[in-house]
Design a protein around this ligand. Structure first.
Ligand code: ZN
Length: 240
């Protein structure tokens, strides 16, 4: 298999991870956003949604269970630190670009520090695992754009050692081959789940999944919003 790293001009690969113990990986499937059609957002979104907690754990997510659920079909977890190391495996040029777009222009502008791992740095075992592995999968259900799953919750405290983000490549090619905004929106939402960001209905108090304040985390239907907004940023910075 040909591996392709996520490129970012001028980035300096580095590794600065918290040391932690590890046990055998298990798989969990997370975040099915099963929207076939996009809704174009034409109005400016609301600002920070004060008083609404949209970061895992939440009373309205998994019944309030604060454990990171490796085996759950819906298992958003916290990242294990603000140092978010990432690697992409043969995404293709479009989703690689969309992923870099969201990492650089949304997540790396927050208190999260995005660190691109090179092919020689990517790590799948031990206590220094790469935090997010992005890849394509055509095994996802026909109505699913992407999934996020936790491979290893050994850090405890609701944190995940390594996430896998899967993109439904054939579906992208068939339905939104040139829709850069939706491609970015999906990359933004899946990445958001790797730092614990929840949908509106999973927030506390529960909000509409389509609430404009949720920006790229909007769902049911997925919104053509390519970036995080003030509420997302406020939530992430409060956590990390
Ligand atoms: Zn989602």
């Amino acid at each position: 298999m040909t591996e392709t790293r996520v490129h970012r001009t001028g980035s300096t690969p580095m590794c600065d991870r918290e040391h932690r113990k590890r046990r055998a990986p298990r798989w969990a499937l997370v975040c099915i956003f099963a929207m076939a059609a996009a809704t174009v957002v034409t109005s400016a979104p609301a600002g920070a949604n004060h008083g609404v907690d949209s970061i895992f754990p939440s009373a309205n997510y998994q019944g309030g269970d604060s454990d990171c659920k490796e085996h759950s079909v819906s298992g958003v977890c916290l990242a294990d630190s603000r140092w978010h190391t990432v690697y992409a495996v043969a995404l293709g040029s479009k989703m690689q670009a969309a992923t870099v777009f969201t990492l650089d222009l949304s997540y790396d502008t927050t208190d999260i520090n995005v660190i691109y791992h090179s092919t020689s740095q990517v790590t799948y075992s031990g206590s220094w695992e790469t935090d997010v592995i992005y890849s394509n999968s055509n095994s996802l259900p026909s109505n699913v754009w992407g999934r996020n799953r936790c491979d290893d919750d050994s850090p405890g405290g609701g944190k995940c050692d390594q996430f896998y983000v899967l993109y439904h490549a054939d579906k992208f090619d068939a339905e939104i081959p040139n829709d850069t905004t939706l491609q970015r929106a999906i990359a933004c939402q899946e990445t958001g789940h790797t730092v614990g960001m929840l949908h509106g209905s999973n927030s506390d108090p529960s909000q509409a999944d389509t609430s404009a304040a949720f920006r790229c985390m909007r769902t049911n239907p997925l919104a053509a919003v390519a970036s995080m907004g003030p509420h997302n940023i406020n939530q992430v910075n409060g956590q990390y």
